[in-house]
Design a protein around this ligand. Structure first.
Ligand SMILES: Cc1ncc(COP(=O)(O)O)c(C=O)c1O
Length: 433
């Protein structure tokens, strides 16, 4: 029998031994956006601007290095739990200047199985039951289970979009600092900050980061700086690393992803940068979770970082992404619906408040009880053939009204795909009021 699904929670066949309730607390069994808007549920010719993975390959000189590594003996064996030495050295050489300190490859860098597992390790290492973690909404949905699986409690602080403006940029999504201060309690352990931000595309300003840093110092909080999109910052915006602000190195762990940097999200290589006092406990956790991350792809990423400067790799990549962003945003300009122009990352939020979906339109049961944005994404996939992701998924129930107004397009796709999607998007015109 196919698995039965209800609106919010996938029904899982229960065996004689019950599974842990933590799966429910972390919404790990929920019928999430990724299972609703996956290829199997969408029309076969639908253009996928939903999930944030690339439809192009990593640079050949980087994947060639992976091939080379697979042909060596050591490249196929366990890596050191901290990560292969060559990659840690390459990370130190590449990032020390940006962190304004000589990063110690032995103590201040930990290679992880993607950014995700790095973040999980930090939570294992630092959360006590009941500890609170502040998340800015919309938040990357993986955070929730990572926190609750480790006994933590998410506390949500929404970014506020200035939707009065005609042409919003990601800068128009702002933090209410009184709200942030009020969210802090004696149980708060950590602030999770994502800049450049998924899905808003916001690059937090120095001033905003200084205010967050001041609160972290005042209340003795750890800051997890999820900077997986650090290499995708547009229009010469300044990406400030909160870990470099005065007094912040000691309390900040910065999270990175080779998946985003080298168009290789399936390689599952990421790393943490921070003081030994954060890296050492995270290493202890990481060693017991995965022991070590895969060796050959770490070696390939090392080559990527070693050669990136000489090849102007990241500069070229930014201009390629700027072009991708323009193709999508030009199409949205022609459509005439408001959207948020991103300053970083690879997402554009379309404001769907003027979209009128025909009342009699048939929606599947699994959308029952979900926001308007879920219906809009379904309608768009079936009527115009472009998939997007509903943004209310990235909010707690109390705040999901903010997210319901937006759907997210990912533009980490080749130009031809984006142009075709842009053409199809014009069909939405007849549904705008
Ligand atoms: C904000 C954010 N953090 C972390 C990750 C996870 O990165 P990785 O694929 O390296 O685990 C993602 C992936 O989409 C992301 O958007």
């Amino acid at each position: 029998m196919p698995p039965q699904t209800t609106s919010a929670q996938a029904t899982v066949e229960r065996g004689p031994v019950p599974f842990s309730s933590r799966l429910l607390d972390g919404r790990a069994l929920a019928l999430d956006v990724w299972s609703i808007f996956n290829a199997a549920n969408l029309p076969p010719d639908c253009i996928n601007l939903g999930q944030g993975y690339m439809n192009f390959s990593p640079p050949k000189w980087v994947s060639d290095a992976a091939d080379d590594a697979l042909r060596t003996v050591s490249g196929n064996q366990y890596a050191h739990p901290r990560g292969v030495v060559r990659l840690r050295q390459a990370i130190s050489q590449f990032f020390s200047e940006q962190f304004r300190r000589e990063l110690d490859p032995e103590k201040e860098i930990l290679v992880t199985s993607g950014a995700n597992e790095g973040q999980y390790s930090v939570f294992v290492a630092f959360l006590e039951p009941g500890d609170e973690v502040i998340l800015f909404e919309p938040y990357f949905d993986q955070y929730l289970a990572c926190i609750t699986f480790n006994g933590g409690k998410p506390v949500y602080v929404p970014l506020h979009p200035n939707t009065i403006k005609d042409r919003m940029t990601a800068h128009d999504w702002t933090v209410d600092f009184d709200e942030l201060r009020h969210a802090i309690t004696p149980r708060t352990k950590m602030i999770l900050l994502n800049t450049p931000h998924n899905p808003v595309g916001k690059v937090f300003t120095r001033d905003e980061l200084e205010k967050i840093a001041a609160l972290a110092k005042e209340f003795n909080l750890l800051v997890m700086a999820d900077e997986v999109y650090d290499c995708l910052v547009y229009d010469n915006h300044e990406h400030v690393r909160i870990g470099t602000l005065p007094g912040m190195w000691e309390r900040t762990v910065t999270v990175a992803s080779a998946g985003k940097a080298f168009s290789a999200t399936g390689w599952r290589v990421g790393w943490l940068i921070g003081p030994a006092s954060i890296i050492r406990p995270s290493l202890a956790a990481c060693t017991r979770i995965v022991f070590s991350s895969n060796s050959p792809l770490q070696l390939a990423v090392a080559v990527g970082l070693e050669q990136a400067r000489a090849r102007s790799y990241f500069e070229t990549q930014v201009s390629e992404y700027e072009e991708r962003r323009s193709v999508l945003c030009d199409a949205l300009d022609r459509l005439g619906a408001p959207y948020t122009l991103p300053q970083g990352s690879y997402f554009v939020l379309l404001d769907i408040s003027k979209l009128r979906i025909p009342e009699e339109y048939p929606f599947p049961d699994m959308l029952q009880g979900r926001g308007r944005d879920f219906r809009a994404c379904w309608f768009m996939a079936y009527e115009i053939g472009v998939s997007a992701i509903p943004v209310s998924e990235f909010y707690c129930d109390e705040h999901c009204g903010i997210g319901e107004r937006f759907v997210r397009f990912a533009f980490c796709k080749d130009l031809e795909t984006l142009r075709s999607a842009g053409e199809r998007i014009q069909k939405l015109k007849s549904y705008l009021v």
